[in-house]
Design a protein around this ligand. Structure first.
Ligand code: GAP
Length: 604
C-alpha cells in the first residue's frame, strides 16, 4: 500500500469527497461561503448512519437515557445563564497588511529581526505643499537582516494603504525577536492587538431589529437540555441517575474556519447530559463513594458511583463507540485536560482526539490528534445557573436519599451537610452572590439535602457529527491495487468504511444489462434487500469498473447476478449470486434467500 504524505493525503481525500459527492462547499456556484459545507448523496447517508448509530446506543438501547429535540433559537436569557454572552469569545487579530483575520491563540510563535517604523512622509508632494504623513507605527518581521528590503517594501505598502502616496519611511530601528506571536506567520506583518470576539451568531426575532428582540443561533445543543431538564424528567418519569440526549445543529461564527469541515461555522453536535447524584448523596446512600482504580471500563453502573466513576464510565463508553464504527483504538487519544485548561466549573474533562492527517506532531513525531469529543464532569454548575437566572427550581427529590440520611448518625449527617454546604457556598460566591446571601442559600440547600433534595450534577459527553464524519472518511481512505478485466493490476482507491456506517451497504449488479432475464433477477434481488438496507443498483459498464466505483464509495458488499443465477449451468447454482467483499475482493457463492440475514448480520 502506498503511504502518501499528510498534506498530499488530505488533498486527495478532499478531492475524493468532491468527486464522489461526500462533502463539498456550500453555495459553490457563487464561489462558496467560508466555513459552511454541504454533504452530497454519499455524505448525507454517512452522517445519517453516524447519528442513527449514536442515537441507538445512547438512548434506544438504554433504560436510563431519553431523547430531546429542541429549537435552535431559544430565549436569550439561556445564553446569559450559561455564560455564553459574556465568555464565549475567542481572541482575534488582524494582519495590518492583508486584513486577514486569525485566532490569536492559534498563531505559531516566530523569531527573527523586527524592523520598526515610527511613520512615513510622502516624497511625491509638489513643492510648497504640506507633505502627507502618517504617524502610525508599523513593524515587520524577517528571518535576518539580509531581508531588510522585504521589510521596507512591506512598510511602504502599509503606509500607501494609509494615503501616503510615495512613502519615505521614518524612524527605522531593529530588534531581535524570539518566539513572538505578534507577527503574521504567513507574511511577517505586525498583527493588531488581540480583541475578544463573541462567537455566537446574532439575529432578531420578529420584524423589529431592536435590542429587546435580539436572539442567538445556539452555539451548542446542551443548554436546551438543561433548560428543559425538569419537564423531561417529569414526563419521562426518570430518576437520577439518568440522561437526556440530543442531536442537532449548532452555529459558531469561528474567526478562522479551517481544515476542511473540522472547524466549521455551522455543524451538528451529539450531546448527552447525564445527571447524577452529588457525592454527598451517594455517600449517604451507599456508605462510601467508589473511586476509579486504573484503566479500563468500570463495568455496570453501581449505587456507590460518584462523579469520578461516572466520568470514567462515559469516557470508556464513548471510546468503545468509536471503535464500534471502525476507528481503531490506536488512532484515538484520550487526553485529560490539565487543571489550568479546565473550565472553572469543570472537575475533569477528557478530550477524545483523532489523529487526523493534518494534526500536529508531538516531540516523538507522533500525530498528536484533534478533538472529536469532550467528556466533561461539569458539577452542578449548569442547572444551578438556570435556577438562579430563571427563578425556577432545578432540584429533584430523592426518596432513597431522604430515607438513608435519616438513618445516619449525627456525626455523619453533620460531616456530609457541611461538605455540601461548602461546595454550594463556593459556587454561589463565584457566581457573584453577596457573601451573606451565599451563606444563607448554601445553608438552606444543605438542609434540603438532608431531606432528599438537591440539584443534580452532570457528566457531559459532547461530540461533533461533522468532525466524526471527517475522521471516518480519513480513516477509510486507502489506496491499493486491484486487477482490471484483463487481470492487470491497477491503482484502486477504496474507502474502507465499517459496514455499520458505510453510506451504501450493498451494490447489486446484473452481469450484462442487455439480457432481460439477468436484469429482472437483479431487480428482484434489489427489491428484496431495499427495505432492509441502503442498496445501489448499477448496470452501467464493465463489471470491474462497477466494482471500482463501489470501492470508492466504500460499499462493503457487491452482489452479481450472472448466468449461474439463472440456472444455465445447472440446477444446483440456480438462484445463487456472487457476493463480493470490498476489502478482500473475495467472491463467494450465496443463495439469494440467505442474503438478507447474512448481510444484516454484517452491517448491524
Ligand atoms: N456543550 C459542550 C460543547 O459544546 P465543545 O467542545 O465546544 O463543547 C463539542 O464542542 C464538540 O462539538 C467538539 O468536540 C467538536 O466535535 C464539535 N465542534 C465544536 N466546534 C466545532 C466547529 N466549529 N466545527 C465543527 N465541530 C465543532
Amino acid at each position: 500500500m502506498v503511504e502518501p504524505k499528510a498534506n498530499d493525503l488530505m488533498e486527495r481525500i478532499v478531492s475524493l469527497c468532491k468527486r464522489r459527492g461526500l462533502v463539498f462547499q456550500s453555495s459553490e456556484i457563487y464561489g462558496g461561503i467560508n466555513g459552511f459545507w454541504d454533504y452530497g448523496p454519499l455524505g448525507a447517508e454517512l452522517k445519517r448512519n453516524v447519528k442513527d448509530y449514536w442515537w441507538r446506543v445512547m438512548t434506544r438501547l438504554r433504560d436510563d437515557v431519553v431523547g430531546l429535540e429542541a429549537t435552535i433559537i431559544m430565549h436569550p436569557k439561556i445564553w446569559e445563564a450559561s455564560g455564553h454572552t459574556t465568555t464565549f469569545a475567542d481572541p482575534m487579530v488582524d494582519c495590518l497588511l492583508t486584513k486577514k483575520r486569525y485566532r490569536a491563540d492559534q498563531i505559531d510563535p516566530q523569531s527573527g529581526v523586527a524592523y520598526h517604523y515610527s511613520g512615513a512622509e510622502d516624497n511625491a508632494m509638489a513643492a510648497g505643499e504640506k507633505p502627507k504623513t502618517s504617524g502610525e507605527p508599523y513593524s515587520f518581521l524577517v528571518p535576518d537582516v539580509k531581508h531588510i528590503e522585504r521589510a521596507r517594501q512591506a512598510a511602504k505598502t502599509f503606509y500607501r494603504q494609509r494615503g501616503v502616496g510615495d512613502p519615505r519611511l521614518l524612524g527605522e530601528r531593529t530588534e531581535i525577536v524570539q518566539n513572538s506571536t505578534r507577527y503574521n506567520p504567513e507574511n511577517g506583518s505586525l498583527l493588531t492587538e488581540p480583541r475578544l470576539f463573541n462567537l455566537m451568531f446574532k439575529t432578531y426575532v420578529g420584524p423589529v431589529e431592536s435590542a429587546e428582540n435580539v436572539a442567538y443561533l445556539r452555539p451548542e445543543t446542551a443548554q436546551a437540555i438543561f433548560a428543559q431538564f425538569k419537564t423531561v424528567a417529569e414526563v419521562s418519569r426518570q430518576k437520577v441517575p439518568f440522561g437526556i440526549c440530543q442531536i442537532g445543529k449548532a452555529f459558531r461564527n469561528e474567526i478562522n474556519p479551517r481544515n476542511f469541515t473540522f472547524r466549521s461555522r455551522e455543524f451538528e453536535q451529539m450531546e448527552l447530559e447525564f445527571f447524577i447524584r452529588p457525592d454527598e448523596a451517594v455517600e449517604a446512600i451507599a456508605g462510601s463513594v467508589a473511586q476509579p482504580d486504573g484503566a479500563g471500563h468500570p463495568g455496570a453502573p453501581q449505587a456507590n458511583w460518584g462523579w469520578q466513576m461516572w466520568h470514567k464510565y462515559w469516557v470508556e463508553e464513548r471510546l468503545a463507540f468509536y471503535e464500534q464504527i471502525g476507528l481503531p483504538r490506536a488512532s484515538l487519544v484520550e487526553y485529560w485536560q490539565k487543571p489550568a485548561e479546565l473550565a472553572h466549573y469543570a472537575r475533569a474533562t477528557v478530550d477524545i482526539l483523532y489523529k487526523f492527517p493534518f494534526s500536529k506532531r508531538d516531540d516523538k513525531g507522533e500525530l498528536a490528534g484533534e478533538e472529536l469529543e469532550g467528556v466533561a464532569a461539569r458539577s452542578d454548575f449548569d442547572l444551578s445557573q438556570h435556577q438562579r437566572f430563571s427563578g425556577k427550581g432545578m432540584t429533584v427529590f430523592d426518596e432513597e436519599l431522604k430515607a438513608a440520611f435519616a438513618k445516619l448518625d449525627d456525626g455523619r449527617k453533620t460531616a456530609l451537610a457541611t461538605r455540601y454546604f461548602e461546595n454550594r457556598r463556593a459556587y454561589l460566591i463565584k457566581a457573584n452572590e453577596p457573601a451573606e446571601q451565599a451563606e444563607r442559600l448554601a445553608r438552606e440547600e444543605a438542609a434540603a439535602l438532608a431531606n432528599g433534595t438537591y440539584i443534580p450534577h452532570v457528566i457531559e459527553p459532547s461530540a461533533g457529527v461533522d468532525r466524526l464524519a471527517l475522521a471516518l472518511i480519513c480513516n477509510a481512505y486507502c489506496e491499493d491495487e486491484a486487477p482490471d478485466e484483463k487481470g492487470k493490476l491497477e491503482k484502486r482507491v477504496v474507502m474502507r468504511f465499517s459496514p455499520r456506517i458505510a453510506p451504501v451497504k450493498v451494490a447489486v449488479f446484473p452481469l450484462l444489462k442487455n439480457r432481460p432475464e439477468l436484469v429482472a433477477k437483479a431487480l428482484q434481488v434489489r427489491d428484496l434487500l431495499r427495505p432492509l438496507m441502503t442498496v445501489y443498483y448499477d448496470d452501467g459498464g464493465a463489471i470491474g469498473r462497477r466494482y471500482r466505483r463501489q470501492d470508492e464509495a466504500g460499499t462493503p458488499f457487491g452482489v452479481t447476478i450472472d448466468f449461474d443465477t439463472l440456472g444455465e449451468k445447472g440446477e444446483e447454482l440456480k438462484d445463487t449470486v456472487t457476493l463480493r467483499d470490498r476489502d478482500t475482493m473475495k467472491q463467494t457463492r450465496v443463495k439469494i434467500s440467505d442474503l438478507p440475514a447474512l448481510l444484516q448480520e454484517r452491517i448491524r
